[in-house]
Design a binder for this molecule. Structure first.
Ligand code: NDP
Length: 236
């Protein structure tokens, strides 16, 4: 595509974010990927940036704009877990997860919207989790941060919906990544029995939904929560 749109995927060096970046690349988009270690799939512009640091995100945007042009699609995907039962959860464990998952999305989107407003076109996709709506024991920090992304997307939709900008949440369930591989086998079996689709998903199944919700075809979808969870979170 000569008039290919520019996409930024935060946390795109591995896992779901990497698949999202690869999906956009395969569809002909110009793709920039940020992560703390600065790696990226082949064909993407790699930028080392920490979503908890506004100066580093600002520098990343400036570098991407210089090389690929204004960012038109933001996929706020960078995220961490620090699970613990509430009684044992430290302030550090709570703050680190909220600051990365929620604060990181805020900083990324805040830096990116000026160009979208100017262009009267933009797509913001926040990667949440079924955990945010469903609740998971041991994830008071993570679930809170992921649920809050729904409020963020809906507020952005009300602020910027009239300017050709959409803001949506994609909420994956259990996806085959490093994050889920670390779960004990007993826990994996319990989750599998609760998932109507009776399987975990592959990261590409999330990536294709993200690519579509960022397309022109999805112009009238905003403030939505799109589950990719095999039915696990139905009704939540
Ligand atoms: P991974 O742990 O494989 O990848 C997380 C990504 O986030 C990495 O690229 C990491 O890069 C980046 N990241 C973490 N902290 C920061 C930071 N401070 N600044 C910049 N980048 C950062 O996770 P997944 O691929 O599994 O998850 C991706 C997203 O999907 C997350 O938001 C997660 O919560 C969500 N999700 C995952 C599910 C799953 O089953 N795996 C289910 C539901 C939601 P680096 O460490 O190099 O900085």
């Amino acid at each position: 595509m000569s008039d290919a749109r520019t996409v930024l995927v935060t946390g795109g060096n591995r896992g779901i974010g990497r698949k999202i970046a690869e999906e956009f690349l395969a569809s002909g988009y110009k793709v920039a990927v940020t992560s703390r270690n600065g790696e990226a799939p082949e064909g993407a512009m790699a930028v080392a940036a920490d979503v908890t640091d506004p100066a580093s995100m600002d520098a990343a945007f400036t570098a991407i704009e210089a090389e690929l042009g204004p960012v038109e699609i933001i996929v706020a995907n960078a995220g961490i877990t620090k699970d613990n039962l509430l009684m044992r959860m430290s302030d550090e464990e709570f703050d680190a997860v909220v600051n990365t998952n929620l604060g990181g999305a805020f900083r990324t989107v805040k830096r990116g919207i000026t160009n979208m407003i100017r262009a009267k076109w933009g797509r913001i996709v926040l990667i949440s989790s079924v955990s945010g709506m469903y609740g998971v024991a041991g994830q008071a920090n993570y679930s809170s941060s992921k649920a809050a992304l729904v409020g963020m997307a809906r507020s952005i939709s009300r602020e910027l919906g009239g300017r050709g900008i959409t803001a949506n949440v994609v909420a994956p369930g259990f996806i085959n990544t490093e994050m889920t591989a670390e779960l004990p086998e007993k826990q994996q079996k319990e989750y599998l029995s609760a998932i109507p689709a009776k399987r975990f998903a592959e990261p590409e199944e999330v990536a294709k939904v993200v690519r579509w919700v960022a397309s022109d075809e999805a112009a009238y979808i905003t403030g939505a929560v799109i589950p990719v969870d095999g039915g696990l979170g139905m009704g939540h």
